[in-house]
Write a protein that binds this ligand. Structure first.
Ligand code: NAD
Length: 553
């Protein structure tokens, strides 16, 4: 029986041991599709997160996907093109059940305006990174990444602790909603600005945000008090970041850390220009795109100018992966890229060892399955400080959304070991059901994005998209259950290509073989990608873990 979903009552959370499909592999993927809608931002319109990231092209396509997953045999492969199923073909039982290519537009045409036109004609949709691949697990999917970034800054700038430190950010949407909880878990006093009161209310309802302040003065007073007491807290404020950031700067207040996670990547469907209501913006999306783009860009110029001012005054300022610097530079802020990107600034040494956002979902819908795996992780990796610290913190602080899930930054070998151990627990009947494994597309070998993931690579290979394409081919030949190639849509059109993968640990030997090959090869390619770019950490990893890197020259 599905479980009730208070946030979206029409999208209950899949659970239980009754299969609608012919096996757990198919059923697992079906539950993940249901789950991305149950934790999504606007499920009635199939929107999952990041303004336009969709689970399927339209409702007819969605129904056809559900029917295919329900009816298909294990020796068939469902082929999905930009959120619409186009083929159910005979392959073999070790082939992926689902392959997808979402939103890949030929280079010279890969522009926001072309994407919007193709979308209007119903020919394409953007899958975000994890929406169209049915891997999204709500704000919990990025929370460890956000937390680790804050902690890296704590180590770099603040003696290892954010107690008594003020973080200013914006965006309380699907991904940005992780910020208040991550900031509080890191010990800071965090202020999160969002223009949409419903988003602030939603984050408060799920326990990610503690308070919503009625106005800026109150919000700043609450932050001030928490900073003085060195008390961790999260405060939401309804307002436009393009107004609030400059106003805070004007008052001479200098936060310790400043970032932003509005959907600045999309000037039409994401960012809300200052002075406009949400309804005004909606009204302009079809017929006033040019006006809306100009207004959004003008506001982003003010927003980023304030971020640069904070940087000048000594704040640690970074771009949190929303293309806000790129938009500002287009708008004339020549030094927008003085703001570093979070990947290069804080996380690259981890990615160079293919340590990244690995995650698992309890397909039974039972929280006890995640608790059992938490124990297993602590037992298997007692010396991994990042992961043991995270699991302890997460089990205490991170509320589940949708299917119970956990994220943990594990690397090469560790992911495979854990998944195989979990597969054994499923086989032994120690869990209530199978577990699905996946990872963010923001992973070592999985993403080319010259303004986010691969900015300023050591060898200048930032814009080369061969790596995610190779990853997808490798994962397909390594028997993964679902493999997807995504490129950017909306404002991200032309900016990125990524690869996603999902596997179902169903407790079988065949399942173990799939997990072993796919997870090992995925992280192998990740390490190789960075080794090829000249990163010492990767060469070390290759030697220590005997990864099959072919070194030329
Ligand atoms: P979302 O569309 O669900 O939420 C964006 C939020 O920004 C909304 O709540 C909206 O009301 C708010 N907003 C828009 N304009 C505003 C303004 N001017 N002032 C204040 N609030 C404003 O998007 P999301 O899923 O939360 O993603 C946010 C951004 O982060 C996207 O650009 C996304 O691509 C990026 N992202 C980064 C990472 C990462 O790893 N760092 C991961 C996923 C997504």
């Amino acid at each position: 029986m599905p479980k009730p979903n208070p946030r979206h009552p029409n999208y209950p959370i899949p659970s239980g041991d009754v299969l609608r499909a012919k096996g757990w592999r198919q059923e697992g993927l079906l539950r993940l599709l249901e789950n991305v809608l149950s934790v999504g931002e606007d499920p009635d319109n199939l929107i999952v997160y990041a303004a336009l990231g969709k689970a399927a092209r339209n409702w007819a396509a969605h129904r056809a996907i559900v029917k295919a997953l329900t009816d298909m045999d294990e020796d068939q492969t469902l082929v999905i093109q930009s959120g619409k199923p186009v083929g159910l073909l005979r392959t073999h039982a070790k082939a992926p059940l689902v392959i997808m290519a979402n939103c890949n537009i030929v280079g010279q045409w890969a522009k926001a305006e072309v994407f919007y036109e193709l979308q209007r004609k119903g020919l394409i949709c953007w899958g975000g990174l994890t929406a169209g691949a049915w891997q999204y697990i709500g704000s919990q999917g990025v929370i460890q990444g956000t937390y680790e970034v804050f902690m890296r800054i704590a180590e770099k700038r603040f003696g290892g602790s954010l107690a008594g430190r003020f973080i200013l950010t914006a965006g309380l949407g699907g991904m940005g909603g992780a910020q208040p909880l991550a900031g509080r878990m890191a010990g800071a006093a965090i202020l999160c600005v969002d223009i949409d009161p419903a988003r602030a209310a939603a984050r408060k309802a799920v326990g990610y945000l503690e308070h919503v302040a009625p106005d800026l003065d109150t919000a700043l007073a609450m932050i001030d008090e928490a900073v003085k007491d060195k008390r961790a807290t999260s405060i939401g404020l309804v307002g436009n970041a393009a107004e609030i950031y400059p106003e805070i700067a004007r008052r001479g207040i200098v936060p310790d850390i400043v970032t932003d996670q509005t959907s600045a990547h999309d000037l039409v469907y994401g960012y809300v220009p200052k002075g406009m209501s949400l309804d005004q913006v909606k009204g302009l999306r079809d017929d006033g795109q040019g006006q809306l783009m100009a207004a959004s860009r003008a506001s982003i110029v003010e927003h980023v100018s304030a971020m640069l001012e904070f940087q000048k005054q000594g704040s640690e300022v970074f771009d949190n992966g929303n293309l806000i610097r790129t938009q500002a530079r287009e708008g004339g802020v020549a030094n927008a890229f003085d703001i570093p990107i979070f990947t290069e600034a804080y996380l690259r040494p981890l990615f160079a060892r293919a340590i990244g956002p690995f995650r698992w979902m309890a397909l039974s819908g039972e929280e006890s399955d995640i608790a059992r795996i938490d124990d297993l992780v602590l037992q298997m990796f007692p010396d991994n400080r990042i992961v043991t610290n995270w699991i302890r913190l997460a089990r205490e602080n991170v509320p589940f959304e949708g299917l119970p899930a956990r994220i943990a930054w594990l690397g090469h070998g560790e992911r495979t070991e854990l998944a195989l151990a979990v597969n054994k627990l499923v086989a032994a009947g120690e869990l209530k059901g199978p577990i699905a494994f996946s990872r963010d597309h923001l992973d070592a070998g999985a993403m080319a994005h010259p303004n986010i993931m691969t900015e300023r690579m050591k060898d200048g290979s930032d814009a080369i998209a061969d790596w995610p394409l190779l990853d997808a081919m490798l994962l397909t030949s390594s028997m993964a259950d679902l493999v997807v190639i995504h490129s950017g849509g909306g404002g991200y059109a032309g900016y990125m290509t990524s690869c996603g993968v999902t596997l179902v640990a169903d407790g079988t030997e065949a399942g173990a073989e799939r997990l072993d090959h796919a997870l090992t090869n995925d992280t192998s390619l990740g390490v190789i990608r960075y080794a090829d770019a000249g990163y010492d950490e990767s060469l070390d990893e290759i030697e220590k873990k005997s990864i099959g890197y072919v070194r030329v020259g």
